[in-house]
Write a protein that binds this ligand. Structure first.
Ligand code: IMP
Ligand code: MG
Length: 182
């Protein structure tokens, strides 16, 4: 696993510190609200589990699983719901918890879908952001770390379902995916 990593981009310590800061900002903004954290499976599970423990105001959690068609390193924008939320979100202050905002197509689709269900409010919290790659007009209300236009893995993020369990985030060696996707 470690031998497929070109270099470490974010250490465990930096990730922990970043998540704590996001948790503090969210806790300050969501006092006396009806906070519902919606984690997008599977990439955001590691982030979600750390983030929810750094939030100090009452909150509920739910999960959604989506699959975005495309290659293993780029999404196409066509989203399919694999697992929907368990409950109605009317009246909830929804905060979508996502691993990485890349083209923005996945979240753009989800925002439209969830907005139609009439929550009280809806915002986005992403741990990583690749602003250079955005193809739709969408921004995160809470954003942890900016990432260069490289394919990263670890701390929940995968390539072909692997590397999610790395405790740090690293840039995947191009040789791992270039031969396969040509
Ligand atoms: P978007 O629809 O292009 O914004 O894609 C977002 C999804 O693509 C994320 O939730 C990730 O699952 C995946 N993704 C985008 N960039 C990376 C990356 O660098 N590493 C791993 N997964 C990524
Ligand atoms: Mg993925």
């Amino acid at each position: 696993m470690h031998q497929d990593i070109e270099r470490i981009l974010f250490s465990e310590e930096l990730l922990a510190d970043t998540v704590k800061k996001l948790g503090a900002a969210i806790s300050a903004d969501y006092k006396d609200r009806n906070l519902l954290l919606v984690s997008i499976l599977k990439g955001s599970v590691v982030f979600m589990s750390d983030l929810m423990r750094s939030i100090t105001v009452p909150c509920k959690i739910d999960f959604m699983a989506v699959s975005t068609y495309g290659s293993k390193t780029k999404s196409s924008g066509t989203v399919r719901i694999l697992k929907d939320l368990d409950r109605d979100i009317r009246g909830c202050d929804v905060l979508i918890v996502e691993d990485i905002l890349d083209s923005g197509m996945t979240l753009n689709y989800l925002m439209d879908l969830l907005y139609g269900r009439e929550p009280n409010s809806i915002r986005i919290c992403t741990l990583f952001d690749k602003p250079e790659r955005r193809s739709v007009d969408i921004y995160a209300d809470y954003s942890g770390l900016q990432v260069p236009d490289e394919f990263i893995v670890g701390y929940g993020l995968d390539y072909d379902e692997l590397y999610r369990n790395l405790p740090y985030v690293g840039i995947l060696k191009r040789s791992v995916y270039e031969t396969e996707e040509q």
